[in-house]
Design a protein around this ligand. Structure first.
Ligand code: XMP
Length: 510
């Protein structure tokens, strides 16, 4: 397949480069910076991009690629650290800075650049760097600069090497997509117009071949990823796919019915609904520590799933909705990060049950998964839904979970979602939910004193859930949510709005 390879030197923007390229119809993949020349050539890339990164070329442990990559005859584009590396390795000079600087600069272009062809003479670019190139390597020409940075862009057209000090992949950079397109289309000669859906037929054929003659199992949660993965595999293998949906009793109003409606009725899946609410609730009784709750739910989920999966004879494969960012993370140069919350998944099961993994989404970003889902006629209500955590409402009933408290939360959540949808705000926010607090406050209802629960509303805007800000929802909408909850949900007499960003808070409260 026609593709560009991005070598990752650890920049927070590496995935953005890939998303921007794919967004303009150029297929690309990310490889670790130390990938060997053989590994690179095996994929016959049309071009290479060297990403940015936090290091200085002078660091003792500075990440360096195989030096032969500049002699392959494959066009290369260095971005930020990628530019400094190119300069340093090819005989130029890099000036070490005392501190990192970031912000917008005005780029002035010199005539005759191939990379910056067809762009205005001056435009805004996003810079985030410490070091900068002070002397170009032999054979390179200076093609742009800003007031602060002389070497904003350089190129050696004879060797097909290009570099920019700014970040074309970042949205703040004007004409960023055109720069990447110039590189991919005009310099590397990519001609195909790739889209996630264009990959579908080949992928279905692969799944069919790999799983021939065996049964395939899937833990279907109804979220975006597992739904798209399951529908894809179902397209390929039909009734050989067995989906298991574990009803933990910690679901929202309507979740279970929706699973039946869409996957059993509309798509005709083999769908087993394992009703295990009693077991989950009995194991959670009296437990209020968030990590303990998460662990209990995770273990119980795996136990039930394993029990159901064992009933399927000749099962050899397990479908997992792993996305590309997880695949990149697993081979990335960054170290492990601290566990803030233990997320639950079915990891570990495949070895235990001797199942092989089928991961039809492992080369896709979330927005591409949605595009695939549209191609597969999956309803928008599934594709555009807010994330819902595996431990479900248990981590939104703070403190001990009881059927009564779950019901209060479920009703409030139903009302909140209905109001947000009616106001046209559902698609504008990343996630909106209620949290039932373990405290009571005094209120007055009619002429009576009340002493009831406090409910918090949590609505956030985010791009990937890693950072988030609280949503500036209209006060009118907050008012209608609050007044409907107070008048319709028994057991709540006060509603508060969470105005904390992540960090320092997390999105969920537990
Ligand atoms: P936090 O609370 O860590 O959440 O800021 C970030 C995003 O992850 C979701 N979340 C989970 N998703 N299993 C999941 O599948 C989990 O255990 C889990 N915990 C949190 C959360 O809803 C938010 O979208």
């Amino acid at each position: 397949m026609e593709q560009i390879l991005i070598l990752d030197f650890g920049s927070q923007y590496t995935q953005l480069i890939a998303r921007r390229l794919r967004g303009i119809g150029v297929y690309c993949e990310i490889l670790p910076y130390h990938s060997s020349v053989e590994e690179i050539l095996k994929r016959a890339p049309k071009g290479l991009i060297l990403s940015g990164g936090p290091s200085s070329v002078y660091d003792k442990k500075a990440p360096k690629p195989d030096p032969a990559i500049f002699n392959l005859g494959v066009p290369a584009l260095g971005i930020c650290y990628g530019m400094q590396l190119m300069a340093h390795e090819l005989g130029g000079k890099v000036l070490k800075a005392k501190k990192r600087e970031y912000g917008l600069g005005r780029l002035k272009i010199k005539p005759g650049s191939k990379l910056l062809a067809g762009l205005p003479a001056e435009f805004k670019v996003w810079l985030s760097h410490g070091d900068e190139v002070k002397a170009l390597p032999p054979g390179f020409a200076l093609k742009a600069g800003t007031k602060e940075i002389v070497a904003g862009a350089m190129e050696n057209t004879g060797r097909n090497l290009y570099a920019v000090q700014f970040h074309p992949e970042v949205h703040h950079t004007e004409h960023g997509a055109e720069i990447l397109s110039n590189f991919a289309r005009k310099i590397c000669g990519c001609v195909h117009k790739w889209s996630p859906v264009s990959f579908l037929d080949g992928a279905l054929e692969d799944i069919k071949k790999t799983t021939a003659g065996a049964e395939v199992i899937c833990a279907l949660s109804g979220g975006v990823d597992s739904s798209v993965a399951a529908v894809m595999v179902h397209r390929a293998v039909g009734k050989r796919l067995h989906c298991i949906f574990v009803d933990t009793g910690l679901l929202r109003h309507g979740d279970r019915e929706r699973m039946k409606d869409i996957f059993a009725r509309k798509f005709g899946f083999n769908l087993k609904i394992a009703d295990s609410s009693k077991l989950f609730l009995s194991r959670l009784a009296g437990v209020s520590d968030p990590e303990k709750k998460r662990k209990i739910i995770g273990h119980t989920f795996i136990e039930i799933f394993e029990r159901e999966a064992k009933k399927i004879k000749n099962a050899r494969f397990l479908v997992q909705g792993t996305l590309y960012p997880d695949v990149i993370e697993s081979v990335s140069v960054k170290g492990p990060s601290a566990v803030i919350k233990s997320h639950h998944n079915v990891g570990g099961l495949p070895e235990k049950m001797n199942l092989k993994l089928i991961e039809p989404l492992r080369y896709f970003f979330k927005d591409e998964v949605r595009a695939l889902g549209r191609g597969l006629k999956i309803p928008e209500a599934i594709l555009m839904q807010h994330p819902f955590p595996g431990p479900g409402l248990a981590i939104r009933v703070l403190g001990a979970v009881t059927p009564e408290r779950l019901e209060i939360l479920r009703e409030a959540d139903r009302i909140m979602r209905a109001e947000i949808e009616a106001a046209g705000w559902y698609g504008k926010i990343w996630q909106a939910f209620c949290v039932l607090l373990p405290i009571k406050t005094v209120g007055v209802m009619g002429d009576e004193r009340s002493y009831e629960n406090v409910l918090a509303l949590r609505c956030v805007e985010s791009v990937d859930g890693m950072t988030a800000d609280w949503s500036k929802m209209p006060h009118e909408l907050l008012r209608s949510i609050s007044s409907r909850i107070i008048s319709e949900v028994r057991g709540v007499n006060r509603v508060v709005y969470d105005i904390t960003s992540k960090p320092p808070a997390t999105i969920e409260w537990e």
